[in-house]
Design a protein around this ligand. Structure first.
Ligand code: CP
Length: 306
């Protein structure tokens, strides 16, 4: 039995196969419509979510399976003090696979150690968000045609933004990927990513503060929201929240074939006028999330479709 805690749990070859499967699902949805008949997905969400939870549910329904779960800690027995370990032991008798989001780093891993079914990390605190990374990889590969030989700008809250930490870990395994880390001093990438992932792997990267300086050289711009829920005080959040706003004048500084991604939800960091720019790919990215989660469910449940 296999779980997914980090994108690094898959080899590059396995990732390529998963993305190929997602592309085939997008092209031939009817072929997969009954692949998971009789199977159940449990969505165990201790933190709010729109895209991750609903795209997981859509993915299982598209595969002919069923879904059950909860969407907040308050509506589960976590509110009465039940541990993640006990919860997953019980859910293992109700479902065939589980996706878990939790505010505590490592909670899905703890669950996986006590689980009788595959557990997918659907976001753990400020740590990792591997299925967002699979979505991002599928989007970049589908729209740019490659995952290597790119310059990617990661902009915003690089300290708490778990999607950025996961994406860097995945992209360093492709050749000639250059990272431009765009953040205010207070929201720089954590040391464990800079030192243990980028520097240790001799990865080319630079850190800049001004988005305008980075834009002309980018193939991909990955915007992120300032993660209000991870700040210790509201004052710091208010000071940081509008540090970056991607707007139409800034888009004029970017290459014509750059794509703009954002894991969403967006707050103010991308002006709504940018949505009309053909380079804005963040809503398409959210759609790719369904195909890649379908591919992930099939892979972890070892369901083959001929
Ligand atoms: N991208 C993402 O994780 O969105 P949700 O928080 O809505 O799931």
């Amino acid at each position: 039995m296999r779980h997914l805690m980090s994108p690094m749990d898959f080899t590059v070859e396995e990732l390529d196969r998963l993305l190929d499967l997602a592309n085939d699902i997008e092209a031939n949805p009817a072929k997969y419509a009954h692949a998971c008949e009789g199977k159940k997905l449990a969505t165990l969400f201790y933190e709010p979510s729109t895209r991750t939870r609903l795209s997981f549910e859509a993915a299982m329904l598209n595969l002919g399976g069923s879904v059950l779960g909860f969407s907040s800690a308050d509506s589960s027995s976590a509110a009465k003090g039940e541990s993640v370990a006990d919860t997953i032991r019980v859910i293992s008798g109700y479902a065939d696979i589980a996706a878990m989001r939790h505010p505590k780093e490592g909670a899905p891993r703890v669950a996986s150690l006590h689980s009788g079914i595959p557990v997918i990390n659907a976001g753990d605190g400020g740590h990792q968000h591997p299925t967002q990374t699979l979505t991002d990889l599928l989007t970049i590969r589908s729209l740019k045609g490659r995952l290597g030989n790119i310059t990617i700008g990661l902009c915003g809250d690089l300290k708490f933004g778990r999607t950025v930490h996961s994406l860097i870990g995945a992209l360093i395994r492709y050749p000639n990927v250059k990272f431009v880390l765009i953040s205010p001093e207070e929201l720089r990438i954590p040391d464990y990513v800079r030192d243990d992932v980028l520097i240790k792997n001799h990865q080319e990267f630079k850190e800049v503060i001004r988005l305008e300086d980075a834009l002309p050289e980018l193939d991909v711009l990955y915007m992120t929201r300032v993660q209000r829920e991870r700040f210790f005080n509201e004052e710091d959040y208010v000071r940081m929240k509008d540090f970056y706003i991607l707007d139409v004048p800034k888009m004029e500084l970017a290459p014509k074939d750059m794509i703009v991604l954002h894991p969403l939800p967006r707050v103010n960091e991308i002006s709504v006028e940018v949505d009309n720019d053909p380079r804005a790919a963040y809503f398409k990215q959210a759609q790719y999330g369904v195909y890649v989660r379908m591919a992930l469910i099939l892979t972890l449940l070892e369901v083959k479709v001929c």
